[in-house]
Write a protein that binds this ligand. Structure first.
Ligand SMILES: NC(=O)C1=CN([C@@H]2O[C@H](COP(=O)(O)OP(=O)(O)OC[C@H]3O[C@@H](n4cnc5c(N)ncnc54)[C@H](O)[C@@H]3O)[C@@H](O)[C@H]2O)C=CC1
Ligand SMILES: O=C1[C@@H](O)[C@H](O)[C@@H](O)[C@H](O)[C@H]1O
Length: 336
């Protein structure tokens, strides 16, 4: 049994605690931590675990075999470095860190430890819809991918959500999954700012159109619209030389005809849209731990996503096409 300590007991933290407690085989939550004791106590009631308000104490608790980091992105770097030093296995929610510089520190610390410790919560790689698109691309039947048209729409976000978060909190999912899908690397990034919705505020430009070009010349557009109001709407279409592949939804809803209209359901949040993907990524992490392996998205994937995110955040300010370059070569450690 893998004894897990969870850091961060907000919406996603509680979702993962319920999953680890009620669905996942081979793991149990033995400790939870939140800077707000009340939040930690509320989460502990789901799983009957020890309560901490200091993440360092949880990480170094000898009863904790593995650390699950679900604090906000800006807080990940400290927890990651502490957990690597303690030699604990780690599942870290996206983003690895909010800057490429911090991601590199984490990569270098993991390499120096000599052990693969980190799996990153890029759960879209485990989603049935993206998997079907990848399968179609790998079949070779449709030729090479040329263009991708994607949307990442959320019904609404909190008032503390700002313009850069559209990249490192939201589009970070597309940044990871799309280059994985077409098996390519990013070369440049640009952001176009349309008219701002009346539902936004002074610190958030919403919506945004993010443009990415890969090294092989694939052009990708991602509409990020986090106050779209109508639902949680994730779409992806890959246009290839001999056909176009549109991602199916994980849940198929019926089409209803009533009162002279036709309608179908759209999910309203990621917890429903990606629930099977979250279950699959966490079960894989637990199964790999039993074999002493890490096979999911790793810290290097987190670093690659972060250099792309940094270029997009710069492009939000400059409006120019920004180059994407890694500061270091991929360490051999991540080829194993
Ligand atoms: N994969 C996915 O689709 C999703 C991933 N996430 C990720 O999960 C993480 C958490 O997101 P939410 O739960 O939505 O945020 P949240 O703000 O609801 O919760 C974060 C919690 O962490 C606590 N916290 C902050 N710093 C801490 C520290 N140093 N030690 C212990 N607790 C600390 C806060 O008090 C809060 O209770 C983020 O990295 C976010 O990007 C969130 C939603 C979906
Ligand atoms: O990761 C997530 C949130 O943190 C983020 O805020 C949302 O925009 C994403 O849709 C969701 O998947």
């Amino acid at each position: 049994m893998l004894n897990v300590g969870v850091i961060g007991c907000g919406g996603m933290g509680r979702d993962h605690i319920s999953r680890l407690t009620n669905k996942i085989q081979g793991a149990q939550v033995v400790a939870v931590c939140d800077v707000f004791e009340e939040s930690a106590k509320k989460a502990a009631s789901i799983c009957n675990a020890k309560v901490y308000t200091d993440e360092k104490l949880l990480i170094n608790d000898p009863d904790v075999d593995a650390v699950f980091i679900v604090s906000p992105g800006f807080a990940h770097v400290e927890a990651l470095l502490e957990a690597i030093q303690a030699g604990k296995r780690i599942f870290c929610e996206k983003p690895l860190c909010t800057t490429a510089e911090d991601c590199l520190k984490v990569v270098q610390a993991e390499v120096a430890s000599g052990k693969h410790l980190i799996q990153l919560g890029f759960m879209r790689r485990y989603d049935v819809g993206y998997a079907k698109v990848k399968e179609a691309l790998l079949s070779g039947e449709y030729g090479e991918p040329l263009m991708l048209h994607c949307t990442h729409r959320n019904p609404e976000v909190g008032t503390n959500y700002n313009t850069p978060m559209a990249v490192h909190d939201t589009a970070i999912h597309e940044i990871d999954v799309l280059h994985w899908l077409v098996d390519d690397e990013y070369e440049s990034a640009q952001v176009i700012m349309p008219r701002v919705t009346k539902y936004s505020h002074s610190e958030l430009k919403d919506p945004q159109i993010m443009l990415l070009r890969t090294k092989k010349g694939v052009c990708i557009d991602v509409e990020v619209f986090v106050n779209c109001k109508f639902g949680y709407d994730i779409n992806c279409e890959v246009v290839c030389e001999d056909g176009a592949i549109k991602m199916p939804m994980a849940t198929v809803y019926p089409t209803i005809r009533k009162n002279a209209s036709v309608s179908t359901t759209i999910d309203t949040d990621c917890f429903v849209r990606f629930k099977d993907a979250y279950d699959a990524e966490v079960q894989a992490w637990v199964d790999d731990a039993a074999k002493g392996e890490i096979n999911g998205p790793n810290a290097w994937d987190g670093y690659l996503a972060a250099i792309t995110a940094d270029a997009l955040v710069k492009a939000q300010q400059t409006g120019a096409i920004e180059k994407i370059n890694a500061a270091v070569e991929k360490p051999d450690f991540y080829n194993k």
